[in-house]
Design a protein around this ligand. Structure first.
Ligand code: FES
Length: 108
């Protein structure tokens, strides 16, 4: 499939995660403090909780449950207890539209 409109760029709050669901795939969309938009899998790999309810710090998203911080660039957790990465999706910005195809991972 092709990229789907996930949300509006203008509805993203800087340094906050916004949860979207595309084709049943939960994705955390984050506008970082540099104005860059990231999209990573929303489900923490340590437990079945939503990462978008966590905390953005620079280019990481920290799980609220036990504190693993996931890189928004690589999806890798930077500290335990999580040790498996979350997927990182390619993001296209078209005007005010944030487009994501959950079948297309970002090239790392
Ligand atoms: S559920 Fe995310 S670190 Fe434990």
């Amino acid at each position: 499939m092709s990229a789907t409109r996930a949300c509006a760029l203008s509805e993203l709050q800087q340094d906050e995660a916004h949860r979207v669901e595309i084709d049943g795939v939960a994705i955390a969309v984050v506008l970082d403090s540099n104005g860059e938009v990231h999209a990573i899998g929303d489900v923490c790999t340590h437990g079945d909780v939503s990462l978008s309810e966590g905390f953005v710090d620079d280019d990481t998203l920290e799980c609220w449950a036990h504190g693993s911080a996931f890189s928004l660039r690589t999806g890798r957790p930077l500290n335990l207890p999580a040790y498996e990465p979350v997927p990182v999706y390619a993001v296209t910005i078209d005007g005010d539209d944030v487009l994501i195809d959950p079948a297309v991972l970002k090239e790392l």
